[in-house]
Design a protein around this ligand. Structure first.
Ligand SMILES: Cc1cc2nc3c(=O)[nH]c(=O)nc-3n(C[C@H](O)[C@H](O)[C@H](O)COP(=O)(O)O)c2cc1C
Length: 320
């Protein structure tokens, strides 16, 4: 199925269910609108002469080899409600697309089953008020052999959709707690939800291997910026020291190329994975990632790129 059709069909199906509320944004939904608006401000500097016909989209990040820089953003809910065996379908789809699966809250019960599909797997932990539960989750993740562990540093006030508080049992993590978490994690550790250079520097100093520059897809605070509004400062401070991943409103190959040009190594998809699953199950998720990657490859060629590494900000023309 084509991307436009998947998005339309998937969105309609999800909105018809009570969990369709998860697609909405916090309070005024400014963040949702702004995500699209900011991304649309950038256009591409075409360099067609001497273009490479088939640029390489493969990447290796923190020990994980992928055929695409397009990955799943951290999510668990509402996947099992959309399709009963949805998490396994997503895992198989992402494996087939050469991508990475990133689970969210709650921690899936069958992490080992997901890992057994062969998909590179990351797990996320919320800043739970009951701190011992964080360390329990870290142990669980490490025992199941996940490739990376993510810590949501941005949900210290829980999550909220429209006027409804969705998650209550969180409180902000301190620098020293992040250092403790670093001590407890042997493998790659990624802090998700960075939106300032100050937090990016603290994340690097606390020992993060990577950061996700993210406004949590409009599920935490209203009036947060889009990552592109803060990326340059962050890349200047920590680029080359930690891996930078970005998410929030990325829908097409063009959006992904912009994320890479801003200095990200990987770009995460939240809602598009849900649309794919709702529209056409495993095949739908696979189609989302492979279509976006194909769009990316096509664009990459015509902006003078031969691969996705070391793309420069100067492939973008800011039109507004
Ligand atoms: C239904 C849903 C559930 C989510 N659950 C989590 C979660 O458990 N942990 C987390 O860090 N982010 C969570 N997110 C945020 C995503 O990881 C990601 O940051 C965001 O969805 C990206 O924006 P996009 O949906 O516009 O692509 C969730 C997002 C959605 C839409």
């Amino acid at each position: 199925m084509e991307l436009t059709e998947i998005y339309k069909k998937g969105k309609e199906k999800l909105l018809a269910k009570d969990y369709g509320i998860f697609l909405r944004g916090v309070e005024t939904e400014f963040v949702m609108r702004n995500n699209r608006e900011i991304m649309d401000r950038y256009t591409f500097r075409q360099k067609a002469i001497d273009a490479v016909a088939e640029p390489d989209t493969s990447v290796e990040v923190l020990g994980v080899k992928l055929r695409t820089p397009v990955i799943m953003s951290s999510m668990t809910m509402p996947i099992p409600a959309i399709v009963e065996d949805g998490l396994m379908e997503v895992a198989r789809a992402l494996k087939a697309a050469g991508s990475l699966m990133w689970t969210g809250s709650p921690v899936p019960s069958d992490l080992k089953g997901l890992k057994a599909t062969g998909v590179p797997l990351a797990g996320n932990v919320k800043p739970l008020k009951e701190r011992d539960k964080i360390f329990k989750a870290l142990e669980e993740f490490q025992a199941s052999g996940v490739d990376w562990i993510g810590i949501e540093i941005d949900s210290g006030q829980g999550t909220k959709v429209l006027d409804r508080q969705m998650v209550f049992d969180c409180s902000p993590l301190s620098f020293s707690e992040l250092q403790e978490i670093r001590q407890a994690v042997q493998g790659p550790l990624i802090f998700k939800g960075i939106l300032s250079k100050e937090d990016a520097v603290k994340a690097a100093e606390a020992g993060a291997d990577g950061i996700v520059v993210s406004n949590h897809g409009a599920h935490t605070l209203d009036y947060l910026p889009h990552p592109f509004q803060v990326m340059d400062g962050i890349v200047e401070e920590v680029g080359g020291k930690v891996v930078i991943i970005v998410d929030g409103g990325f829908r097409r190959g063009s959006d992904v190329l912009k994320g890479l040009a801003f200095g990200a190594s990987l770009v995460g998809l939240g809602r598009p994975i849900l649309y794919g699953l709702a529209a056409d199950g495993e095949q739908g998720v696979r189609d989302v990632v492979t279509s976006i990657t194909a769009e990316l490859r096509r664009l990459l060629s015509m902006v003078g790129g031969k691969d996705v590494k070391g793309l420069r900000r100067n492939i973008l023309v800011c039109g507004f």
